[in-house]
Design a protein around this ligand. Structure first.
Ligand code: GDP
Length: 312
């Protein structure tokens, strides 16, 4: 893949897709294809086949997905399994049918068993029961991984699946009921600071551990792996920056400048206790993250202030 390649970024308005698009543009790619949802509905198989038939992209970043935090996953499992199965099935099949040279599928660390040994190695896939709060999403992503493997084996499509850890950064959803923990906390602490509130509610016990990767690092890894990796095994993409939700709350309060107290709402679920990724395979290829969590947090708070609240 070079700057003159014909590249399709599916899901270019999302957190991951928009970061991949920024990364390709910064590198000077001249022929990057995107389609807003209003023009191309990726859950519509006929429309996807038509689009691939007309455009014939050479390289496909499959970053289109229905995603959400723990509450959205737990309350709308039908939407998560349906949309993700449809999108990935149509895009992977159309990429093969219309001669794409390579496809990169974005999975998620929630595909691993809830109680997988830590840090989680790629071979732990399908070795135990999943975390129930996002099982529908995880099963859809596992189907996508298997589809990539099967299309590689039977049809010769160069399809690669990468499993990112929890992502954050510019372009994330900050909507309280749907979002992941980091944007949810940034919004809540910032609103509390502005409103002079003495206390902020946070979900769960604070005990779960999560690893966070800035989405610009993920985009860098995705472009790197599109160029350098062509194995049939999945590959973890993480940062090694693991913190408890309790420690994360302290970091977000610092980054935002909030000085009130925290109330733990233990009626809300903790989700999986830990999902740290083993990065031996990725590091062995020569890739490491550039943006440490503290630094990424500060820039994400600045982005949120600029895009969601207006300047002070
Ligand atoms: P997960 O990594 O798939 O479990 O997804 P999330 O990012 O939604 O949640 C991560 C952890 O943060 C869970 O233990 C949640 O209980 C906890 N958490 C604490 N406060 C919040 C919040 O306001 N929103 C979300 N989404 N999670 C929160």
């Amino acid at each position: 893949m070079d700057r003159s390649s014909h590249v399709f970024v599916a899901g270019h308005r999302g957190l991951v897709g928009s970061a991949i698009l920024r990364r390709l543009r910064a590198e000077g790619f001249e022929r990057v294809l995107t389609r807003p949802r209003g023009e191309l509905d990726l859950t519509d198989g006929a429309a996807v086949q038509r689009f691939f038939g007309e455009e014939r992209p050479e390289y496909v970043f499959l970053a289109a997905a229905r995603v959400g935090g723990i509450a959205a996953n737990a309350s709308c499992p039908a939407d998560f399994i349906r949309d993700n199965l449809l999108i990935q099935t149509h895009v992977i099949d159309a990429a093969w049918r219309h001669g794409a040279r390579k496809l990169l599928f974005l999975g998620s660390s929630c595909i691993y068993p809830r109680l997988a040994p830590q840090p989680i190695r790629e071979e732990h896939l399908l070795t135990g029961p999943l975390e129930p709060t996002n099982q529908a999403y995880a099963v859809a992503k596992i189907a996508g991984i298997e589809m990539c493997r099967a299309y590689r084996e039977q049809r010769g499509l160069a399809a690669v699946s990468l499993m990112p850890t929890n992502l954050y950064g510019p372009g994330d959803s900050f909507e309280p009921q749907r979002s992941h923990v980091l944007p949810a906390l940034i919004r809540r602490f910032e609103e509390a600071r502005r409103g002079g509130l003495p206390e902020v509610a946070v979900w769960g016990t604070g005990a779960p551990l999560r690893e966070f990767l800035h989405v610009d690092d993920l985009a860098d890894a995705a472009v790197f792996l599109m160029r350098r990796y062509d194995g049939d095994g999945i590959i973890n993409v993480g940062s090694g920056d693991e913190v408890s939700i309790k420690a994360l709350v302290g970091m977000v309060a610092d980054a935002v400048g909030y000085q009130g107290s925290v109330a733990w709402d233990t009626t809300k679920p903790d989700g999986t206790p830990r999902k740290r990724l083993d990065l031996t395979k990725l590091h062995g290829l020569g890739w490491r993250r550039q943006i440490p969590l503290r630094e990424g947090l500060v820039s994400t708070v600045a982005w949120f202030r600029e895009h969601h609240l207006g300047a002070e």
